[in-house]
Ligand binder design. Structure first.
Ligand code: MRU
Length: 358
């Protein structure tokens, strides 16, 4: 089985006990130069880690937020479960302000809120134990969902295929193993020969810094291309399919993912290349009828004007930097989740996948 890095986990301070404890996560801003783990039990540092992309990728953000809730209340002096549950609400509200687009953040915070509300009659020490176990379960379930996505998605890959991917939807973006990269790892475990073209993913270079690094570590044949090369490699006949992750999938299948994904989907359609979105059901947001309603994060101008450690644009230039775009469902060949491969019409298929989850 493919060796994987555990991107994020909860570590007890003393062996045999989960509390008190801290979050241990790969600091993704240091890659590819250094593999450094950030360890903290400080709520504000966890909020900042999410905001500044030290931990990033929709599922990993959700796990960080769930663990952030535990970190935020583990030293609470609340005398009743109800008082502790009220603190959980406050901490969750704060963590929810870190990034707006990936629904996994809100999904994980809701799970933690539910545990707190259900345990409001418990002694605070017992409720804290339930919260830490819930956060660890969110991590473990994500890892299992990624493995299942790998199994389903690998059916779409024949030996000799070259896959184009955008941003990083690999192990680094999840508990481990990834979503869009999971079928590649699984297909390799099955003995298939798979190659990858990775878009570098301006402005923060998740494709170059993270995907190329992660695939290289796993021994996958990866070729890095500038974002503006994607259509050209498709035209040259080098790409068999596109596999990307998602930050939020609306009820009609419209899928938000890293900015630039939409142009890749348009290029894939123009060249008759299948375009697959791979995401766990925790990324589905059936409360939104279409992608137009997905909140899109805008990032600081400096991420564009100082992209390579030095100024690359004139002082005072206007910048527009949405972090995500929405690929309309009509450009998506299939959505792969832990329940299987969903085909159009996505509305009914997404509802069925979520119903089976409950
Ligand atoms: O801004 P980021 O790096 O958090 O954006 C990440 C992406 O867009 C990923 O493709 C998405 O979260 C899916 S991760 C399995």
């Amino acid at each position: 089985m493919q060796k994987t890095l555990r991107t994020i986990e909860w570590v007890g301070a003393r062996s045999g006990a989960l509390l008190p404890g801290r979050v241990r996560m790969i600091d993704q801003t240091r890659l590819p130069e250094k593999l450094v783990w950030l360890q903290t039990a400080d709520l504000q540092k966890i909020w900042t880690a999410i905001k500044t992309l030290q931990v990033r990728g929709a599922p990993a953000i959700g796990i960080a937020a769930a663990m952030g809730v535990v970190a935020g209340v583990q030293t609470s002096k609340a005398r009743t479960g109800a008082a502790l549950a009220a603190e959980v609400e406050r901490v969750a509200d704060h963590l929810a302000t870190s990034r707006p687009t990936a629904v996994n953040l809100f999904w994980a915070l809701d799970q933690m809120r539910r545990v707190a509300r259900a345990g409001h009659a418990l002694a605070p020490a017992e409720l804290k134990q339930r919260l830490v176990r819930a956060a660890m379960q969110i991590r473990d379930e994500d890892a299992a969902m990624c493995r299942a996505i790998g199994q389903h998605g690998a059916k779409l890959l024949k030996t000799g295929f070259t896959v184009l991917t955008h941003c990083n939807a690999g192990g680094l973006a999840t508990a481990e193993f990834g979503t869009a990269l999971a079928p590649i790892y699984t297909a390799r475990e099955q003995g298939k020969d798979i190659r990858v073209f990775a878009d570098e993913t301006r402005p923060l270079l998740q494709g170059a810094r993270l995907t190329a690094w992660e695939l290289g570590q796993a021994g996958v044949d990866v070729t890095l291309i500038c974002d503006n090369t994607a259509a050209q490699v498709m035209k040259e006949g080098r790409i068999d399919c596109v596999m990307v992750g998602a930050d939020r999938i609306a009820a009609n299948g419209d899928s938000a993912n890293k900015i630039g994904t939409y142009s890749v989907a348009l290029a894939a359609r123009a060249h008759g290349i299948p375009f697959y979105v791979l995401a766990p059901t925790s990324t589905f947001d059936l409360t939104l009828s279409s992608g137009e309603k997905i909140p899109i994060e805008e990032r600081a101008a400096e991420e564009v004007t100082h992209g390579f450690g030095r100024r690359t644009a004139p002082h005072g230039v206007k910048v527009y930097s949405p972090a995500f775009d929405v690929t309309p469902a009509r450009l998506i060949t299939a959505i792969v989740c832990e329940r299987g491969i969903l085909r159009r019409p996505f509305g009914a298929a997404l509802r069925r996948a979520c119903a089976r989850k409950a």
